[in-house]
Design a protein around this ligand. Structure first.
Ligand SMILES: Cc1cc2nc3c(=O)[nH]c(=O)nc-3n(C[C@H](O)[C@H](O)[C@H](O)COP(=O)(O)OP(=O)(O)OC[C@H]3O[C@@H](n4cnc5c(N)ncnc54)[C@H](O)[C@@H]3O)c2cc1C
Length: 325
């Protein structure tokens, strides 16, 4: 039985993405149940201590491909495929996110493997991994096993909890990766997604989600003011992100991020299924919408029917007054 290999994405400052840390933690837990090891693959000039530090999340080994650039899928597929083939890994686990999906799909094709996407949980059964995947608009969950090896498992964004319960230091192994001739055809011009302090919607306890009902780009100020008063962050629907009203990194939903804050306040959001899947696990959902028949009212905890342009400033004022008082 081979181990479980996780791809660990990092930003330009060398910080590992939470989603990847969750995938390493999950792989470590599952490897323990299978009696094997979890390992991570990092690319680029990751410092020794940063790579070894992934041991804190349960990685026994970290393979480092220094010559492979971060952020482009195909060169990382080359690196993952090499390590899996050379070291005999039985599974590759990805935390999800756009890059995880792209690398996972490429790796599946490259290794002629089986793949499950949008996985929300993984369990060990009879010495093998079984992925759980919601289907039929999340109304049912199916178990997906693997007939052969390696099995590729791509999690839904943030499906796996980060757990710093590992031994502390992973062994770092440098690997040389020969890139496929097509891998160099795309070039990274700039890494556009904001990370860290500026956009931190995945960790925010309170989110104010803005939708097309805001009416125009500048009206996002209403959502920002309310989020600031509440000590939260601003999220968005795909409709407004596509319209260029707010950054892509704040998009919640099927093709965006999955969040589970204590409070999700949906302002001018209709509640389309593709948005719902990204925020339905919020502890409390409050919706402001002028249409009493908007789908969001079918699954929110508290709904206000009315014009958000009047309601949001009043809510902001009320929160500020309460804080002041
Ligand atoms: C393959 C695929 C993937 C997708 N992925 C995503 C995804 O990841 N995330 C996502 O969000 N969407 C996604 N979508 C798009 C999704 O189907 C919806 O189109 C989108 O979520 C709608 O965004 P919205 O709620 O902002 O806009 P709308 O659906 O246009 O809703 C605007 C709402 O604002 C209300 N409103 C208008 N004016 C006011 C006012 N003055 N006061 C109060 N309320 C007002 C309206 O009543 C309406 O309910 C995807 C679609 C597809 C096909």
């Amino acid at each position: 039985m081979g181990g479980i290999l996780v791809y660990a994405l990092h930003d330009d400052e060398g910080n590992f993405n939470n989603n990847s840390l969750g995938a390493i933690s999950e792989a470590a837990k599952l490897a323990g149940e299978l009696g094997t090891e979890a390992a991570a693959l990092v690319v680029g000039e990751v410092a020794d201590d940063a790579a070894a530090g992934l041991g804190a999340y349960g990685a026994a080994k970290v393979y480092r491909a220094k010559s492979v650039p971060e952020g482009l899928a195909q060169p990382i597929v080359d690196a993952m495929a090499k390590v899996i083939s050379d070291e005999g890994f039985s599974y590759a686990l990805f935390g999800g996110g756009l890059l995880g999906f792209e690398i996972g799909a490429g790796l599946t094709a490259r290794l002629d493997a089986g793949v499950t996407m949008e996985v929300t949980a993984v369990k060990a059964e009879d010495g093998k991994l079984v992925a759980e995947r919601p289907v039929l608009q999340d109304s049912a969950v199916v178990d997906v096993g693997y007939a052969g090896e390696p099995g590729i498992i791509i999690g839904r964004l943030n499906a796996f909890d980060v757990n710093e319960g590992g031994s502390g230091t992973a062994e770092v192994v440098d690997v040389d990766v020969e890139q496929s001739k097509w891998s160099g055809k795309a070039r990274m011009v700039t890494r556009g997604e904001s990370r860290g302090e500026d956009v931190n919607i995945e960790d925010a306890e309170i989110l104010v989600g803005g939708g097309r009902g805001l009416g125009e780009k500048d009206k996002f100020k209403l959502a920002e003011d309310l989020a600031e008063a509440l000590g939260g962050a601003v999220a968005a629907t795909r409709a407004v992100v596509d319209a260029g009203w707010y950054p892509y990194s704040t998009q919640i939903g099927q093709t965006g991020k999955t969040v589970a804050p204590k409070l999700y306040l949906a302002a001018g959001i209709s509640g389309a299924i593709q948005h719902k899947v990204g925020m339905q696990n919020s502890e409390a959902i409050l919706a402001v919408n002028k249409d009493p028949n908007a789908p969001i009212f079918e699954f929110c905890d508290l709904g206000i029917v009315g014009d958000l342009h009047k309601i949001l400033p009043k809510l902001t004022e009320a929160v500020q007054a309460k804080k002041g008082g």
